[in-house]
Design a binder for this molecule. Structure first.
Ligand code: PEP
Ligand code: MG
Length: 312
């Protein structure tokens, strides 16, 4: 059934009973966005802006940044594009933004925290996004990575709204999931980055092969934080997406939909697999899958229990 749906997948994604779930792509530039559109992604759920600048010694100018962002917006006219402000630091150091010699860079000045040392870097990037939005007639959603407090989210949201853009933040630090209702008072959406949320929830380096069992996205503690965040989104009537690796696993995508997640964003190569799988299940089955995954003792038990539910 999935194989047949895969061959014919054209989007937009729906469950078998017609519940819409946007299946979006994670991209880093205009070429990637074109490839994602060709793969039938409904938009971009995560534009990783730092990846285009990894080898650069100097900050790109506002005009250069605006051109790069416009190329992504143009690939999805009238569709959703979620741009993430620079997530430099830790596993993605940028020469012009990352402080050297931090003892513990994953817990250091990375993501939005860079704006504490250099606020101009963030405001120039937001100016570039606004310029690209005007040039292309798009209204991008803009989110910050590595947010930890409601005050950080409120300040970021004000700067984004000032420019006519739509503000959100990533849920990567457990504090955001814990206080999701209060964050949503200031924001229009949340997007859960399961790669970092698992790293910080299980206190295990996401790059460590020795600890991969702890950063497994099927860990019940991670799923509980996703559930809490999705529930807060439903109370506020605001979208909550998932843009980490978890969204690329078709069975786990069903669990996420059952938890109340409204969009999934994954590599372009995974879009049709996720969309095709969703087309074979009802929302009620996704909810049942979410229940058994949350109740499982560990990732192996969660996978097995969900497999049984999805097999009917
Ligand atoms: C994440 O942390 O899950 C995420 C999507 O961001 P990145 O992988 O770029 O850190
Ligand atoms: Mg991250």
């Amino acid at each position: 059934e999935v194989a047949a749906a895969l061959a014919t997948y054209r989007g937009p994604a729906r469950t078998r009973d017609g519940h819409a779930v946007a299946v979006l792509a994670n991209v880093q530039d205009g070429a990637g966005a074109q490839a994602a559109a060709a793969a039938h992604a409904e938009g971009v759920g995560l534009l990783r802006t730092e990846l285009a600048f990894l080898g650069r010694a100097e900050e790109p100018t506002v005009d250069e940044q605006a051109q790069g962002y416009a190329a992504v917006f143009e690939a999805f006219p009238g569709q959703k594009v979620v741009l993430r402000t620079l997530d430099a630091g830790s596993d993605k150091p940028l020469a012009f933004a990352t402080p050297p010699d931090e003892a513990n860079p994953a817990l250091g000045v990375r993501g939005l925290r860079i704006a504490r040392r250099d606020p101009g870097l963030l405001t120039r990037q937001l100016d570039a996004v606004a310029q690209a939005a005007r040039a292309t007639g798009s209204t991008p959603w803009v989110m910050a990575p590595m947010v930890a407090t409601v005050a950080e989210a409120a300040d970021f949201a004000a700067a984004v709204r000032e420019r006519g853009l739509v503000p959100g933040v990533m849920v990567e630090v457990p504090s955001v999931a814990v206080l999701a209702d209060r964050f949503l008072e200031h924001l229009d959406f949340l997007s859960i980055g399961t790669n970092d949320l698992s790293q910080y929830t299980l206190a295990a380096d996401r790059l460590s092969a020795d600890l991969a069992d702890l950063t497994d996205p099927w860990q019940p503690a991670l799923l509980a934080l996703v559930a809490a965040t999705a529930a807060a989104g439903q109370r506020a009537g605001k979208p909550v997406g998932v843009c980490g690796e978890a969204a690329a696993d078709p069975a786990l995508a069903c669990v996420l939909v059952g938890l109340g997640i409204t969009s999934l964003s994954c590599a372009a190569s995974s879009v049709s697999g996720v969309g095709a799988k969703l087309a074979t299940v009802d929302l009620a089955t996704c909810r049942r899958a979410a229940e058994v995954a949350l109740a499982a003792a560990d990732p192996a038990e969660a996978r097995e229990a969900v497999r049984a539910v999805l097999a009917g």
